[in-house]
Write a protein that binds this ligand. Structure first.
Ligand SMILES: [Zn+2]
Length: 438
């Protein structure tokens, strides 16, 4: 069984493979060519795609000797030797100290790794009340971040504020490091292909051409994505789903949403409208009235805000309390608070079962508020197993987000990092000629 994410290189140069060819490539042209701000990757540019495959392999599998890269990508040893030599001299790969292994007859195996000190990617998350800006190295290490409270929710004001925040953060980078590009995550309905925020009700935005506005201000390549889809991308590169061919991110916070990643690609569908779970009916559930008029929508019964509203109604939270206070009360023995959190966990389990049965991903990655209450994860799993056609097999498919406390910065940077690793030479000005024409 091979469940590992494929980083197989282009078939055109596969001169020495036989059994490995079944694994599909992550088609560079499809990933890089259908989004606003994409570089001009040519479908026929085999060398560029092989470079991308080599760099993705080192990213996903960690530092690799040349033989390991050849095995994992399916490229010939000669191609790997030639391209890695050029990538090393161009600074896109660097050699780690060699390890002497008995299998090599005493010859040292020199692992190649991605340098983390020469570049940075900016992640910008535009939230409801604040914008978070951070710097991430190509291995997903967060170098720094800053949070800016919003002065207004008007698009031009928020764009100017984000641009100033990026300039300030990038200005603090050492002379040896440059910004490759900017990833942007925002809630609401984001049309990735056209670079617009179709609708973001809490901000009052409709058809805002955010990609164009930010590109004009930032002076760096920009890649825009909806928050949950950006999180899903980050999980596949740096989080819980690095070894999965398919995964669904299931986000439960003050909003609910999902995103499907299949062979490293986000499924958005026409106008990137996929993944909405807001009004998914949860059988047998009843929460506060949803804005659609029903009482059993996932948004009404499972969000942090819904739990808080119900806790207030039950006397387990005061008017000034937050969702975290409900968790604290439950941990102090407040039974109604604990009951609400357990019930929310069961609702999440039902939603997860539906997602799992409908799409059958290798993993359902749970993110958002449930991360704050791991003690209720067994309740989520129990309900998932009870409701899914997969039964007991379903339990292992549910995992928690692996993005950690820096999830917001990492996920916001992910749309750009994803684009970069689909076609590194498209974003390395001056290096392409060095690598391809040497
Ligand atoms: Zn509803």
């Amino acid at each position: 069984m091979s469940s590992e994410r494929s980083v197989t290189a282009d078939a055109d140069t596969r001169t020495d493979t036989d059994t490995r060819t079944a694994d599909a490539d992550i088609p560079t042209e499809a990933r890089a060519g259908t989004r606003a701000g994409a570089p001009t990757a040519q479908p026929g540019d085999v060398g560029r795609r092989n470079v991308a495959a080599i760099m993705r392999t080192v990213l996903v599998h960690g530092p690799q000797p040349r033989a390991g890269i050849a095995e994992l990508t399916g490229l010939s040893a000669g191609t790997v030797t030639r391209l890695t030599a050029r990538l090393t001299s161009a600074g896109l790969l660097h050699e780690l100290p060699g390890v002497r292994g008995p299998a090599e007859g005493g010859r040292p195996r020199v692992p190649l790794d991605l340098p983390t000190e020469r570049t940075a990617v900016v992640g910008v998350h535009i939230g409801l009340l604040r914008t978070t800006v951070g710097l991430v190295d190509p291995r997903g290490g967060v170098l720094g971040q800053a949070v800016h409270a919003h002065r207004s929710s008007a698009p031009d004001v928020l764009v100017a504020q984000a641009a100033a925040a990026v300039a300030e953060l990038a200005g603090g980078l050492g002379a040896g490091r440059r910004v490759l590009g900017v990833g942007v995550g925002i809630g609401g309905w984001v049309d990735t292909e056209h670079g617009t925020v179709v609708a973001h009700q809490p901000l009052g935005w409709h058809d805002v051409p955010l990609h164009r506005l930010l590109s004009a201000e930032l002076g760096h390549p920009v890649r825009l994505e909806g928050t949950v889809r950006a999180m899903a991308l980050a999980e596949t590169w740096y989080g819980a789903a690095t070894r999965a061919r398919s995964a669904v991110e299931l986000f439960i916070g003050n909003v609910v949403g999902s995103a499907l990643v299949l062979d490293g690609r986000i499924h958005g569908g026409p106008r990137s409208a996929a993944g909405t779970l807001t009004h998914l009916p949860v059988a047998g559930a009843r929460g506060p009235r949803c804005d659609c008029g029903r009482y059993d929508c996932l948004q009404a019964v499972a969000t942090d805000a819904s739990v808080l509203a119900q806790a207030r109604a039950a006397g387990s939270a005061g008017p000034g309390d937050a969702f975290e206070d409900v968790i604290a009360r439950a941990r102090q023995g407040d039974r109604p608070a604990a009951h609400l959190l357990r019930r929310r966990a069961r609702h999440v389990g039902r939603a997860a079962a539906l997602v799992l049965d409908l799409l059958n991903p290798e993993l359902v990655v749970l993110a958002g508020g449930p991360l704050l209450t791991p003690e209720y994860l067994p309740d989520v799993r129990r309900e998932l197993v009870r409701r899914s056609q997969l039964g007991g097999e379903a339990a292992a498919r549910l995992v928690l987000s692996g993005l950690g406390p820096q999830a917001l910065v990492l996920s916001s940077a992910a749309p750009f990092l994803d684009a970069y690793f689909s076609d590194p030479l498209g974003y390395e000005r001056g290096v392409e000629r060095l690598v391809m024409d040497a």
